[in-house]
Ligand binder design. Structure first.
Ligand code: MN
Length: 231
């Protein structure tokens, strides 16, 4: 087959302990999946999980030990950090039951769901899609993927984000409203999951703005540290 121009390269993520890379298919994100974050966004109570997407090439891939550089995006004056546990799907499927979800997981990574909060809020008010607030270029910084067997008990792991050495977000994955299995059950009822899908599982409380020059350091215990400087 010939193309009229070269196809875009496949976005891919390094894997801890392997020279092979994880090719990205889609990026799914879960909204308001920690109670204290839902509250700070003005919502209470357990609602069914809901999802949005980012383009696969929105990943900003940061190798172990490196500091990524994220360009400050256009159109916003309120760029927010959301530290998240990212689930990497290795085996696809649809209508996956929560109890079987682990069979579909390749591994985990630390990610940031960067958000143009002012634009997202405008879209919310008008009942319009969130794409411009969530799916912009470089909006999905991510560290290397740790294979599931080496990740330890990720469902009980501490998750935090510091900006310029100060705590901004600190919680525990056990506080997810919809845990990883339940999230995969709901997600795979709506879309057939494919190998290469990433799921940003939601952020705990403490989301706030960063500006050019800030350095974000985030971690989910067992997955190493993610370091990103806003350029
Ligand atoms: Mn998020």
């Amino acid at each position: 087959m010939r193309f009229i121009f070269p196809p875009s390269p496949v976005a891919s993520i390094p894997i801890i302990g392997s020279a092979d890379r994880f090719p990205v298919h889609r990026i799914y994100c879960v909204g308001r999946n920690y109670e204290e974050h839902a509250k700070e966004m003005g919502f209470t109570g357990r609602e069914p999980p809901f999802f949005f997407m980012k383009p696969a090439d929105a990943v900003l891939v940061i190798a172990a030990g490196e500091t990524g550089s994220m360009p400050y995006p256009s159109l916003t004056k309120n760029l927010h950090h959301e530290i998240e546990l990212v689930v990497a799907i290795g085996t696809g499927g649809k209508d996956i039951q929560a109890a079987d979800a682990h069979k579909h997981i390749f591994g985990y990574a630390v990610g940031l769901d960067m958000t143009r909060r002012d634009l997202q809020n405008d879209m919310k008010k008008q009942g319009r899609p969130w794409c411009i607030g969530k799916g912009f270029d470089y909006s999905a910084p991510i560290g290397p993927i740790t294979p599931m067997a080496q990740a330890g008990n990720i469902e009980q792991a501490e998750i935090y984000l510091r900006v310029n050495g100060q705590d901004r977000q600190r919680s525990n994955v056990s506080k997810l409203i919809w845990n990883i299995g339940e999230t995969i059950e709901h997600l795979s009822a709506a879309w057939e999951l494919q190998p290469g899908d990433l799921i940003y599982s939601g952020t705990p409380e403490g989301v706030a703005a960063v500006v050019a020059g800030d350095t974000m350091v985030g971690e989910v215990n067992g997955l190493g540290t993610l370091k990103v400087k806003v350029a």
